[in-house]
Design a protein around this ligand. Structure first.
Ligand code: C2E
Ligand code: CA
Ligand code: CA
Length: 397
């Protein structure tokens, strides 16, 4: 799935003006510019002047149906990435999506009306928490900005709680990097993680976040008796640095914390996993007692052999599958089978993107171990975890 650059122009084609305007408003809140068209003819005319990064279209249009329009576009070799929406039944949506793919379109996603901004954000590959601020500001940091931010200690860690389904208790927290910018406010990772990687600063951020994780572990223990795991996202480059395991071991020893309190999350999309060095580094980390989780499980190049070879103690089911599970049979089956597979291999299974009580109840019934998502809490400063946990404990489920 390709992600559409922020600020690019997205066409919305829907004959119902209120729906079209609502979709346009959602896209704008995600940081895109929009061009609304109520008919295929209007769209086809405008297409000669405007270039669209993606098209969001309704299948039922007045003069021509959506499929005819797609065929015409394909004939003219205009294959912009598509998002198909419809009020028609789901089977129609799926069939149309297959036809569009056969015509050569990349279908980014399909949406049944009514849908939420979160679903659209997911398709456009924008985490919702991020999207809220994109709408308010534009910040395109340079390498030097980021270097200075590290020097001036402007980066900080937010945490997102992880709760066991069966006991309803806080068992872990994931640390997520934020940049407290003096002018731009709280800047989200998507603005600077890729830059950090290309500027050779990703290892510095990983080391910084691991130190933060250790501080948080100590603080959370002394202030509310927390002795669960703190998860840290590993930049892919960490898995090509032979010194990384020893450096991490030194950090935990210096704080006199057992390594098993830290879980390193690696994404399977980082192809780097296939290198022998990555396998060696992960194995050495595991020997030293660190836990290893596969992040965004299901989206990458997962193969069963890899799961078997790598020293993985946890899989985190990608939030896209969790969120689509109620609408899409494939997503539901992927979640169910990931839970079974994880358990058969002796791993803990975490579901990400648990946003509603329905997600919570269903995943709990499937035997999933741990939940993480907005239903429990958005990422918060660690100082807020204590009061969050008090409130969470009082909510009956
Ligand atoms: P991730 O590791 O998959 O982290 C989860 C992201 O999903 C977080 O976004 C979190 O705010 C968001 N999220 C959590 N629950 C929900 C939910 O219920 N619904 C929705 N729609 N979103 C939810 P965040 O903090 O913006 O981080 C985005 C990504 O940036 C992370 O994805 C991770 O890949 C990367 N990242 C964050 N911190 C670090 C870091 O310290 N180092 C590295 N290398 N990458 C990081
Ligand atoms: Ca993660
Ligand atoms: Ca994830």
């Amino acid at each position: 799935m390709s992600s559409i650059p922020n600020d690019s122009l997205v066409a919305v084609i829907d004959d119902e003006l209120d729906v079209a305007s609502m979709v346009a408003a959602m896209l704008q809140s995600l940081g895109f510019r929009t061009a609304v068209h109520q008919s295929a003819t209007g769209f086809l005319q405008a297409r000669h002047i405007e270039r669209y990064a993606a098209i969001v279209m309704d299948l039922s249009l007045p003069e021509t149906d959506g499929l005819e329009l797609l065929k015409q576009l394909a004939k003219e070799n205009c294959l912009e990435p598509l998002i198909i929406i419809t009020g028609l039944q789901r089977s129609v949506l799926h069939a149309a999506s297959h036809i569009a793919q056969d015509l050569g379109f990349e279908v980014l996603g399909t949406l049944s009306k009514p849908f939420r901004t979160a679903e659209l954000a997911r398709i456009m590959e924008i985490p919702l928490a991020v999207s809220h601020r994109i709408a308010h500001e534009e910040f395109d940091p340079t390498e030097q900005d980021l270097r200075l931010a590290l020097e001036k200690n402007e980066l900080c860690a937010y945490v997102q709680p992880q709760v066991r389904f069966d006991t309803n208790t806080l068992v872990g927290m994931e640390v997520l990097v934020r940049w407290q910018h003096p002018q731009h406010g709280l800047v989200m990772p998507h603005t600077f993680i890729t830059l950090a990687e290309s500027a050779g600063l990703a290892l510095d951020i990983t080391e910084f976040m691991t130190k933060q994780a250790l501080t948080i572990a100590q603080h959370a223990h002394s202030s509310f008796g927390f002795d669960g795991t703190i998860s840290v996202n590993l930049a892919p480059v960490s898995l090509s640095d032979p010194n990384f395991p020893n450096a991490m071991e030194k950090l935990v020893h210096a704080r006199q914390l057992p390594a098993h309190r830290i879980c390193f999350e690696v994404t399977e999309t980082s192809m780097v996993l296939d290198s022998p060095l990555a396998l060696e580094i992960l194995t050495r980390l595991a020997i030293k007692g660190f836990k290893i989780a596969i992040d965004d499980f299901g989206v990458g190049h997962s193969n069963l052999e890899r799961l078997d070879h790598y020293p993985i103690s946890e899989i985190k089911i990608d939030m896209g599958f969790v969120q689509r599970a109620f609408e899409n049979d494939r997503a539901r089956v992927i979640v169910e089978e990931s839970i079974v597979l994880g358990h058969k291999l002796g791993m803990q299974v975490v579901a990400e993107g648990v946003e509603t009580i329905d997600h919570w109840n269903w995943l709990s019934a499937q035997g999933c171990d741990v939940a993480q998502g907005y239903y429990l809490s958005r990422p918060i400063p660690v100082a807020a975890v204590d009061s969050w946990s008090g409130k969470w404990g009082q909510t009956s489920r």
